[in-house]
Design a binder for this molecule. Structure first.
Ligand code: ZN
Ligand code: ZN
Length: 212
């Protein structure tokens, strides 16, 4: 049961093809198993399609609308989500990794935490994180947007608990210390568009090496 979903701003940006590649990936990966957000996306796509149809009519005289529609048409289409049939990773993520969780080349970043940075275009960074049960990510704030999608296990922070399929949206206003629940490793897909602000000295010193 998924409790934490995409924002309208993310769905609108995704539907219009305006998000950086890493954000497209995490949106598509959340939507694959999420019936609720898939239905919301179809509603967004329908509105966008209706606007495009009306822009093709002869009655449109608003230059700014026509310019906007031309811009939307020129944008590359984001990958459309499909339902995952099996395995841990939904299909859009499996395509990026070239397989399921066992195909990931993990790199240790200390404290038992492992990460794998996924190849995406500049503008935002996508990484897989593997956090042992009971281990916390150092407390930090955010210079931009941080999206975290749980694929296995669960974590909790000052705001809520996030289980498989849940997406946390963290921005400049949130300072938090995510901690993985005891049990299987917590595996997440995390996307950021700006470096995190770590409050501790050691994480700050390590930050350039971890590329977080
Ligand atoms: Zn959702
Ligand atoms: Zn964070």
């Amino acid at each position: 049961m998924i409790r934490h979903h995409l924002s309208d701003a993310l769905l609108t940006g995704y539907s219009a093809g305006q998000l950086p590649e890493a954000f497209n990936l995490i949106v598509a990966t959340h939507i694959s198993p999420c019936d609720e957000c898939r239905a919301r996306l179809h509603a967004h796509d329908a509105v966008g399609g209706a606007l495009l149809d009306s822009a093709d009519g002869v009655a449109v005289s608003d230059d700014s609308l026509a310019a906007t529609m031309a811009r939307i048409r020129a944008m590359p289409a984001a990958p459309r989500p499909v339902r995952a049939e099996r395995g841990l990773f939904p299909a859009p993520l499996r395509d990026y990794v070239g397989g399921d969780a066992d195909a990931v080349r993990w790199h240790s970043v200390g404290g038992g935490v492992k990460q794998a940075i996924l190849p995406t275009a500049p503008g935002a960074t996508a990484r897989l994180l593997r956090i042992p049960g009971g281990v916390s990510v150092p407390d930090h704030g955010h210079n931009g947007l941080e999206l975290t999608l749980v694929l296995q296990g669960a974590f909790a922070d000052e705001t809520a608990r996030f289980g498989p399929g849940d997406l946390e949206i963290a921005d400049e206003d949130l300072e938090h210390t995510p901690i993985a629940e005891p049990g299987p490793d917590c595996i997440c897909l995390a996307v950021t568009d700006a470096p995190l602000r770590f409050n501790g000295l050691i994480p700050r010193l390590l930050q350039p090496f971890l590329k977080i």
